[in-house]
Structures are given as C-alpha cells and as structure tokens.
Design a protein around this ligand. Structure first.
Ligand SMILES: Cc1ncc(C[n+]2csc(CCOP(=O)(O)OP(=O)(O)O)c2C)c(N)n1
Ligand SMILES: [Mg+2]
Length: 275
C-alpha cells in the first residue's frame, strides 16, 4: 500500500481516535506514549512495511517489534485499521478473554510478532530476527520502536553492540524521543543526552527527525533501508500525548484513561471540531 503523506496523516488521526476510544472503554492503559508514536505506526503499516493482513505471518513480511509494549493501543489500532482484525474489537482492550491485553502477546492479535512490555528487551529480539534474515538469505527488514526512557535499560546497549558486530543493515530502530517517562523527564531520571553521539559511538547510522512530520518519517525510513552497512536508528523528536491539548507534554497522561467528558473533548479535538 502506498499512501501519500496527507492520506497517512488521516490514518494517524484515525489511529489517535481509536487510542482514546479504546483506553477510555478499558478505563486504563497508556494514551501518552501511544499518541506520540501514531504517525510512525501509520507510516509503517500503510506505506513503509511489506505486510499481509490476510496472511499475517507470510514469510515475506517485514517484522515490527514494539519494544515499548505499554504503547499496545497504537499497535492494535494500526493493525485493525490496516485490516488484520475488526476495528470494533479494539473496544475489548484489557477485558478478560480479549486478544487485546494491556501489553502485546506473541501472535495475539494477529500481526503481533513478539511479547513485549518488560522494557529493554525488544531491541535484542529485533537483532535476533534481523540476524535470522541474514543467515537465511531473506530480504525482509526488521523494525523496532523504543521508548526514550526505555533506553535507560542496559540491555539496549548490549543489543546495540551486537547489531554493529553483525552489520545488521537490515535493522531500523526508532526512538520515540518524547523526553518523558513514567513520572517526569528522562533527563532528570537518568540523562540520555548526547543520545545521537551515543548511537554513533556504537557504530550505528543516526538520523534525527520530527516524528510528527510524515514526509520526514518516510524519507528517513527510505534512507535507512538503503544503508549498505550497519544498523540505523531514527531518533524521532515527538510530543507525548500528541494531538490532545490537555495530554501534550504531561507525564500524568502516561498511564491514565480519560473520563467520559475528557474522552469527548479529546475526540472532538482530533476530529477538528470546535469546542
Ligand atoms: C522492565 C520494566 N520496568 C518498568 C516498567 C514500567 N514502565 C512502563 S512504561 C514506563 C516508562 C517508559 O518510558 P518511555 O520508554 O519513555 O515510554 P513512552 O514515553 O514512549 O511512553 C515504565 C517505567 C516496565 N514496563 N518494564
Ligand atoms: Mg518517553
């Protein structure tokens, strides 16, 4: 599927509304870090990645690892909007018996590659998947989305060394650089900067973009896929809670659902309706 930037923005808007609808229906979940990744997920599932909604584990598919597993709502919304399962199922988020648990589980719902939620492990899994492609002579690419707070977990840096050692140019990692983690700023909790220099020192190609600019996302993904050696990280400057005025840059919306009134205000804003 090859949508243009404006159509992708429209998909991202639908994904954002789904995120608000589903976390409100659940009465819990993580809207802030889901909203900050919505533009990326729209671009990946509707343009960048080779996916097969009717045959979700077709061997030719590109692989996506949501290392920041608490952002499950954005992944579920992207998969449903792309046709992997019905959009109405999104409202079962976090319910007993639902395939849509609070964090993604292996192949449930269809389209999910790996179980995540325990932060710090996804990049290692993505490295293994990318190395397997290399060893098997397969052309698929592996994509991995990391939280910035998540990068404080030391295992990421072991994975970063591994990816360079094996020259995993078929691996693209993204950092959702929204500068907030669970209770406040990343730089107060454990400073990450200078982040680009850290990745460069580990031998990675580094691209820095505005993570809400569709054209920049598409261009950066293209550049990463043309890299001839070494893995690429795309550091996306983003806003946690992007698109909902009262959530933007507010750490309290990391893991909290809207009241009905807040839901209606958020959805009206996302639909572009005057209050
Ligand atoms: C190993 C581990 N420790 C703690 C948590 C609890 N936790 C869930 S989200 C989160 C903050 C993550 O911040 P960040 O990576 O910046 O995510 P984002 O801002 O994109 O939501 C924490 C500490 C966890 N899920 N896994
Ligand atoms: Mg963050």
């Amino acid at each position: 599927m090859t949508l243009g930037a404006e159509e992708l923005q429209e998909v991202a808007r639908r994904i954002r509304i789904d995120i608000i609808d589903m976390t409100t229906a659940a009465g819990s979940g993580h809207p802030g870090g889901s909203l900050s990744s919505a533009d990326l997920l729209a671009a990946l599932y509707f343009r960048v990645m080779n996916v097969f909604p009717d045959d979700p584990y077709n061997d030719a598919r590109d692989r996506f690892v949501l290392s920041k597993g608490h952002a499950a709502p954005v992944l579920y919304a992207a998969l449903a909007e792309r046709g992997f399962f019905p959009v109405r199922e999104l409202l079962t988020l976090r319910k007993i018996g639902s395939r849509l648990q609070g964090h993604p589980a292996y192949r449930e719902p269809p389209g999910v590659e790996v179980t995540t939620g325990s932060l710090g492990q996804g990049l290692s899994m993505a490295c293994g998947i990318a190395l397997a492609a290399r060893m098997d002579g397969k052309p698929y690419r592996t994509y991995c989305l990391l939280g910035d707070g998540e990068l404080q977990e030391g295992q990421n840096w072991e994975a970063a060394m591994f990816a360079r050692k094996y020259g995993l140019s078929n691996l693209t990692a993204f950092v959702d650089r929204n500068r907030l983690q669970i209770t406040g700023g990343t730089e107060e909790a454990m400073p990450l900067e200078p982040l680009p220099e850290k990745f460069r020192a580990f031998g990675w190609n580094v691209i820095i973009i505005d993570g809400h600019n569709m054209r920049q996302i598409i261009e950066a993904c293209g550049k990463a896929s043309r890299a001839e050696k070494n893995p690429t990280v795309i550091i996306m400057n983003t806003v946690k809670g992007k698109g909902v005025s009262f959530m933007e840059n507010q750490a309290e919306w990391h893991g909290k659902a809207c009241s009905q009134e807040e839901h209606d205000k958020a959805v009206a804003e996302l639909r572009g309706e005057a209050q």
